[in-house]
Design a protein around this ligand. Structure first.
Ligand SMILES: CC1=C(CCC(=O)O)c2cc3nc(cc4[nH]c(cc5[nH]c(cc1n2)c(C)c5CCC(=O)O)c(CCC(=O)O)c4C)C(CCC(=O)O)=C3C
Ligand SMILES: [Fe+2]
Length: 375
């Protein structure tokens, strides 16, 4: 029997994710959920719908979250951590509000949230906190007693998130044809967001110049590039690039786009590129379509050899990292001294999003932060 690990005061972990369609009939209602009130052009929605239909109307994200749930439960059980794990989504069943209601009915009073987004930004952090506030408001209206909810810190620089990605890049380099491997560049890929959202990402003191969003990605990219050099003995030049842009064309979003980047690298004589999707936790539709389909087709058209490296998905090292993050936060909450684990130059991210962190265009209540009305 392993020693029993103490997660108190927490009595449950909630995996909070995006959700995705599970068949052709789900695609349009899913996209309506995603884009409600967000001003995305109709043309873009039609196009994104086609990406899903290309894969039978099924996003892989839900099965990937089921696999992560299994990995978390297995890791917790093996290490004597008796913490039930639940799952709820922003945009598709199981919906967050339904899961939270079930948690309250099960008597959960102190809930820790793991969002499937590793970085600071409105879309990756505050929007999930708004979803939590909406769910709490719904339960309050039903007369239920509300639990206290905290969110785990950004884990982009946790070794259990970084190391599987290092392995992935090393593997992708090995898969490239021998004659182009040595000269290959690495394109670290993440979701583009509006420049204005990037500049205001993270705590107020980090705003400007792409904010915490860009800084965190650059930090982890450097860590991965250094580790890859150590493992392979060769220095592969790298750049942070973006994908999956939506929104109106006249609004500036983070650039360059991966497809433009491949064109530019090819023109500059770079013999091959590894696309490393560090901005994503699993190989969901943004990876399958935007990188494996669209960017790979662009590379084929150019005659540029490319490989796409793996995301962490349900890697046991990621599950172990989550356990470590839970234990760290629980100890901190109990007032004990903790030494947070983080690679790179930035250090461990804050536990509690301060006031003004990743602001929304139109302010709305957000839970699990210093400005939560449900503290
Ligand atoms: C930063 C970021 C992440 C990474 C962090 C995280 O993972 O949270 C992410 C993840 C994801 N985005 C996803 C899907 C979509 N995102 C959209 C739209 C948008 N994403 C944005 C940002 C992000 N998105 C933004 C600024 C918009 C514009 C509209 C708005 O301000 O909200 C749209 C609408 C159509 C379109 O315009 O593309 C869809 C369908 C899926 C599910 C994939 C699947 O089904 O497998 C996942 C994991
Ligand atoms: Fe998105």
């Amino acid at each position: 029997m392993p020693d029993v690990l103490e997660a108190s005061p927490y009595d449950a972990l909630l995996l909070l994710s995006f959700g995705g369609p599970e068949g052709p009939d789900d695609v349009v209602p899913f996209l309506e959920n995603v884009t409600r009130g967000r001003g995305i052009p109709k043309e873009r929605l039609k196009e994104v719908g086609q990406h899903y239909f290309l894969f039978g109307g099924v996003s892989p994200i839900n099965d990937q979250n089921r696999a992560l749930l299994d990995a978390l439960r297995k890791d917790f059980a093996e290490h004597g951590l008796e913490l039930p794990v639940y799952w709820g989504n922003r945009n598709w069943a199981p919906y967050l509000t339904d899961t939270l209601r079930e948690m309250v009915r099960d008597g959960r009073r102190r809930i820790l949230v793991l969002a499937t987004s590793a970085y600071a930004s409105y879309s990756g952090c505050r929007q999930y906190r708004e979803n939590l506030a909406d769910a709490l408001a719904a339960l309050e209206a039903e007369g239920l007693e509300l639990p206290k909810i905290d969110k785990l810190r950004h884990y982009f620089n946790h070794p259990g998130f970084v190391e599987p990605m290092v392995d992935g890049v090393v593997r992708s380099l090995a898969e490239l044809p021998d004659e182009v491997r040595e000269g290959a560049h690495i394109a670290f890929c993440t979701h583009s967001i509006p420049n204005s959202a990037a500049d205001t990402s993270g705590p107020v003191e980090e705003h400007g110049d792409g904010g915490a969003y860009v800084r965190q990605h650059l930090d982890v990219a450097q860590v991965i590039a250094d580790a890859v050099r150590e493992r392979t003995g060769s220095d592969h030049p790298w750049q942070l690039v973006y994908q999956s842009r939506s929104g109106a064309p006249h609004i500036p979003w983070l650039e360059p786009d991966i497809c433009d980047h491949l064109e530019e690298r090819h023109a500059a004589g770079v013999p091959a590129v590894v696309m490393a999707p560090i901005g994503f936790v699993s190989d969901h539709m943004e990876v399958l379509y935007d990188l494996d389909t669209e960017a790979t087709a662009k590379a084929e058209e150019l005659g540029l050899p490319v490989r796409r490296s793996a995301t962490v998905g349900a890697d046991p090292r990621f599950a172990a990292a989550v356990r470590d993050l839970v234990m760290e936060r629980a100890a901190d909450e109990r007032g004990q001294e903790v030494a947070p684990c983080a690679l790179g130059a930035l250090g461990a991210s804050h536990n509690l999003c301060p006031v003004g962190c990743c602001p929304a265009r139109a302010p709305r209540p957000a839970a699990a932060g210093a400005d939560s009305p449900y503290a």
